[in-house]
Design a protein around this ligand. Structure first.
Ligand code: NAD
Ligand code: UDP
Length: 324
C-alpha cells in the first residue's frame, strides 16, 4: 500500500546516513523525486551510490545549521549524528544541528506550507522510570551530562516543532525512534549492533559495557521506514509524537550471545565500564502507532540480525569504509 500521491518532490536531510539512505531508496521506489541533503559528517556517498544515477534523485552537500532555499512538497528532517561516539565527538555542533537545523527546516516548511517530519528519538525519555515508555511520559533526562547534547537537542527540536504547529499551523509529524539497526550502519560508529557484529566477524572480543543487564528494543530498518512513510501519509490531525520501534526487549548480554550464535564466532565476552547516563531499560509502547498508522514491526531480531550480518560480512570482505 502506498500512502503517497505520485511524484512529490521530497527533501530528506541526513539522506546519506543509515536511515536516510533507506528512506531515499523507498521514496524513489514509490515514484517520488528525492532531494537528498547531507554534510557527510557520518553519512557516506557509498550509502547513496546506487541512487546517484537515478533521474529522480539529486544530492546536495549542505549543513542544516545554515539556511536552505529550495522548492519541495515534503520534508523529512533526519540530519543529526545518532551514535553516542559521533554525537559526543563535537557536542556543541550536535546541539546546533538539532536546534538550528530544526529552525531552518521549519522555516523552510513554513514558507512552502508543506508537511515536515522530525526524526526524534527514544532518548527524549532519558533513563526512563516508566516502562514500557508511552508518548505521554515526559522522561528522565540529565540536562548537563555527556548525552545531553543529543537528548536535549532532540527535546528542543520537538518543542520547536510543536510551537511552529501551534503558532504557524504547520503540519508536523514527530516520530520517536527506538534503536534501529540494519545494513548501512557505519561499521565504526560505536552502536551496539554494529560493534558486536563487526567484533564477532573479526573474531575479536565482544565489548559489553557494564554487566550487560541494561535492555534495548531493536527495530529492523525496513520496518521503521514503513512507519515513517505511514506517518507522513496521515492527515494534519496526526502530529505525533509517536513511538516507532520494536517492543521486543533484550538485554545487551542476550544480544551478544545471539550475535555469537548467528555468526558462529569464537569471540569471548569482554566487560568494560558502563558509560555515564547509559539508560538501564528501553521498550516502546507502540499502541498509538498501531491505532493511528496500522503499523507494527514484522521482522524479528534473529531475522534482522541475519540480514545485517550478511551486509557486514560483505563489507569487511571488501575492506570498505574503514571496515578493515
Ligand atoms: P546517521 O549518523 O547514519 O545519519 C545521520 C546523517 O545526518 C548522516 O548522513 C550525517 O552526515 C548527517 N548530518 C549530521 N549532521 C548534519 C548537518 N549538520 N547537516 C547535514 N547533515 C548532517 O544516523 P541514523 O541512524 O541514520 O539517524 C538518522 C536520524 O534518526 C537522526 O536524526 C537520529 O537522531 C535519528 N534516530 C536514529 C535512531 C537509530 O537507532 N538509528 C534512533 C533514534 C533516532
Ligand atoms: N553497548 C555495549 N557495547 C558496545 C556498544 C554499546 O555494551 O560495544 C551498550 C551501551 O552501553 C548501551 C547499549 O549497548 O547500553 C546500546 O548502545 P548504543 O550506543 O547502540 O545505543 P543507545 O545507548 O544510544 O541506546
Amino acid at each position: 500500500m502506498k500512502n503517497y500521491e505520485p511524484t512529490k518532490r521530497v527533501l530528506v536531510t541526513g539522506g546519506a546516513g543509515f536511515l536516510g539512505s533507506h528512506l531515499c531508496e523507498r521514496l524513489i521506489s514509490d515514484g517520488h523525486e528525492v532531494v537528498c541533503l547531507d554534510n557527510l559528517f557520518t553519512g557516506t556517498k557509498r550509502n547513496i551510490a546506487p541512487l546517484r544515477e537515478h533521474p529522480r534523485f539529486e544530492f546536495i552537500r549542505h549543513d542544516v545549521t545554515f539556511p536552505l532555499y529550495i522548492e519541495v512538497d515534503e520534508i523529512y528532517n533526519l540530519a543529526c549524528p545518532a551514535s553516542p561516539v559521533h554525537y559526543q565527538h563535537d557536542p556543541v555542533q550536535t546541539t546546533k544541528t538539532s536546534v538550528h537545523g530544526a529552525i531552518n527546516m521549519l522555516g523552510l516548511a513554513k514558507r512552502l506550507k508543506c508537511k515536515i517530519f522530525q526524526a526524534s528519538t527514544s532518548e527524549v525519555y532519558g533513563d526512563p522510570t516508566v516502562h514500557p515508555q508511552p508518548e505521554s511520559y515526559w522522561g528522565n533526562v540529565n540536562p548537563i551530562g555527556i548525552r545531553s547534547c543529543y537528548d536535549e537537542g532532540k527535546r528542543c527540536a520537538e518543542t520547536l516543532f510543536f510551537d511552529y504547529h501551534r503558532q504557524h499551523r504547520l503540519d508536523i509529524k514527530v516520530a520517536r525512534i527506538f534503536n534501529t539497526y540494519g545494513p548501512r550502519m557505519h561499521p565504526n560508529d560505536g552502536r551496539v549492533v554494529s560493534n558486536f557484529i563487526v567484533q564477532a566477524l573479526r573474531g575479536e572480543p565482544i565489548t559489553i559495557y557494564g554487566e550487560g543487564q541494561q535492555t534495548r528494543s531493536f527495530c529492523y530498518v525496513d520496518d521503521l521506514i514503513e512507519g515513517f512513510v505511514r506517518l507522513m501519509g496521515t492527515d494534519a490531525t496526526c502530529t505525533g509524537p509517536i513511538n516507532l520501534g520494536n517492543p521486543g526487549e533484550f538485554t545487551i548480554r542476550q544480544l551478544a550471545e545471539l550475535v555469537i550464535e548467528l555468526t558462529g564466532a569464537a569471540s569471548r565476552l569482554e566487560f568494560r565500564p558502563l558509560p555515564a547516563d547509559d539508560p538501564m531499560q528501553r521498550k516502546p509502547d507502540i499502541t498509538l502507532a498501531r491505532e493511528r498508522l496500522g503499523w507494527a514491526p514484522s521482522i524479528a531480531l534473529r531475522e534482522g540480525l541475519t540480514r545485517t550480518i550478511a551486509y557486514f560480512d560483505d563489507l569487511l570482505a571488501r575492506g570498505v569504509g574503514g571496515a578493515t
